[in-house]
Design a binder for this molecule. Structure first.
Ligand code: AMP
Ligand code: ZN
Ligand code: FE
Ligand code: FE
Length: 280
């Protein structure tokens, strides 16, 4: 029986499942706890926690922040205080930077005669708008077959509607999460295409700034990969975490709680340890 999922996106960022619906889905899957880790916003967690009160699923506040350490690196934060005066201005800055970037992407599309209204996108997709939303719009306009196709031909780096955005440094992201009372965790370590030495260098850099955990179980990670990450976590005294990175229809291969091929299984005990770390 699957117990928990600590990496989940809702419609508050780039998932397609609204927070209230997500809680019901988690309950239907028999999950004991779910952490909402939307990109750059805690609004999805707040809505899910409200809906979660009425059912038996424990909702954990989380965040996922995109940073740069030579390449894009994601830092998860668990048990951040959604009301934290440290966190809010930083997240506001990220959303404003996204808005400025997104307006430029809309202008490029408008110059090609595409009927894309940014105000309407905000109305439809909420506060945090990213390239996955643009990809969806391009599919709906008939310019691309799938979201992936839209990325490959239009919004991936180097393609005609791509505009870059700014990132918080990895140091600052970790510090902000800690200042907000949260536990910082390095997300999906295999995503960075680093060899063992490179991954250790990244982990050690993060540790210098207060990293507390390593995502050891993740959709698509097999037993060997998980064992390698668990050994690293133990060696560096990092807490293991795990989650699916569920995005609803935006990543249809990934199921809440069980991952890509049912390989995901995250014990409740890992959450208990995170909770303990957050409260000290
Ligand atoms: P943004 O932060 O708005 O620039 O968008 C980045 C997000 O787009 C990433 O977090 C991914 O979830 C998604 N993404 C990036 N590349 C691709 C791709 N080739 N296909 C589908 N989604 C992608
Ligand atoms: Zn995402
Ligand atoms: Fe991520
Ligand atoms: Fe994620």
């Amino acid at each position: 029986m699957r117990e928990i999922d600590l990496h989940v996106h809702t419609t508050a960022s780039d998932g397609t499942t609204p927070p209230e619906k997500l809680v019901r889905l988690a309950e239907a899957q028999g999950l004991r706890a779910v952490a909402i880790t939307d990109h750059d916003t805690v609004h999805g967690y707040v809505a899910a926690a409200r809906a979660g009160k009425a059912c038996g699923v424990e909702l954990v506040p989380g965040i996922e922040i995109s940073t740069k350490f030579r390449r894009a690196v994601h830092i998860l934060g668990y048990y951040v205080d959604p009301e934290s005066p440290e966190l809010k201005p930083v997240l506001d800055w990220v959303v404003q930077d996204r808005d400025a970037r997104n307006e430029k992407m809309v202008a490029l599309m408008a110059a090609d005669g595409l009927p894309v209204s940014y105000a309407q996108m905000h109305e439809r997709f909420g506060e945090v708008i990213g390239r996955p939303h643009f990809a969806r719009v391009l599919v709906e306009l008939g310019l691309a077959e799938t979201v992936k196709d839209a990325f490959d031909r239009f919004v991936e780096k180097g393609q005609k509607y791509y505009v870059g955005r700014n990132f918080l440094s990895i140091e600052r992201s970790i510090e902000i999460i800690r200042a907000a009372g949260g536990v910082p965790v390095l997300a999906h370590p295999f995503q960075y295409r680093l060899d063992d030495a490179g991954l250790r260098e990244l982990i050690e850099h993060c540790l210098d700034h207060g990293l507390k955990g390593l995502e050891c179980r993740y959709s698509g990670y097999d037993e060997d990969m998980c064992a390698y990450l668990l050994a690293l976590a133990e060696e560096y005294r990092l807490l293991p975490t795990g989650g699916s990175d569920y995005h609803g229809a935006n990543k249809p291969q990934i199921a809440l709680g069980s991952g890509r091929n049912g390989e995901l299984e995250v014990p409740y005990e890992w959450l208990a340890r995170l909770k303990e770390a957050a409260s000290v």
